[in-house]
Design a protein around this ligand. Structure first.
Ligand SMILES: Nc1nc2c(ncn2[C@@H]2O[C@H](COP(=O)(O)OP(=O)(O)O)[C@@H](O)[C@H]2O)c(=O)[nH]1
Ligand SMILES: [Mg+2]
Length: 187
């Protein structure tokens, strides 16, 4: 934290990118947040009440992550975090889906929340992230082609909307660096 502060003080011209992390039911947002900013929680998290905000310096950018917590009643409130306002101007949304949860009801609820609450907001880059991805065995995980098929079949995402789908494992860190690189290059 001290080194973050110091580097901000010594390099004042860093561009700030605000990223909002959304997704339902313990899909791994807080674990990923801690991994990205270098806080090792040892895989232990407690349910997030309200939100967590953390920053990390990446090349000539400061990435500010907003990890929005809460249960099933919260998705309708997401728009307050992702609609540009005086204090918050989200450049990127990370919408997380737990790739180990293949339960149809879970996936449907995730997509309904994506459609009803996230895709309503324009001019924001959307990164759909399959979390808890098992890169070694691929066993029992929803993969990105299945998700892309569902999104295309349901015509959920307007072709003009810029989105990308990636996967990561916040426990062992695989895919995390690629996410940071993508944000810096595209947002
Ligand atoms: N196996 C595995 N478990 C994970 C991973 N990321 C998070 N978890 C676990 O999933 C649970 C919920 O994570 P949390 O970050 O609190 O989810 P949040 O509610 O979306 O913030 C915790 O028990 C985490 O340890 C991962 O990449 N792999
Ligand atoms: Mg959380």
């Amino acid at each position: 934290m001290f080194s973050n502060l110091l580097s901000k003080l010594t390099t004042p011209n860093k561009r700030k990118i605000q990223i909002c992390m959304l997704g339902i039911w313990s899909c791994g947002k807080t674990t990923l947040l801690y991994k990205m900013v270098g806080l090792d929680g040892g895989g232990q998290t407690i349910p997030t009440i309200g939100f967590n905000v953390e920053s990390v310096d990446c090349e000539s950018h400061t990435l500010e992550f907003w990890d929005i917590g809460g249960g099933c009643a919260i998705p309708p409130l997401w728009k307050h975090y992702i609609t540009p306002s005086e204090n918050l101007n989200t450049n990127c949304i990370i919408f997380m889906i737990d790739s180990q949860n293949t339960d149809r009801q879970y996936l449907q609820e995730s997509f309904r929340n994506l459609k009803d609450n996230v895709l309503q907001v324009a001019n924001v880059k959307l990164l759909i992230l399959l979390s808890k991805y098992d890169f070694d065995s691929h066993d029992g995980t929803v993969n990105q082609w299945e998700i892309t098929d569902i999104l295309n079949e349901c015509k959920l995402v307007d072709p003009s909307y810029e989105w990308v789908i990636k996967k990561c494992n916040a426990r062992n860190g695989k895919g995390v660096e690629e996410i940071l690189d993508w944000i810096v290059e595209n947002c």
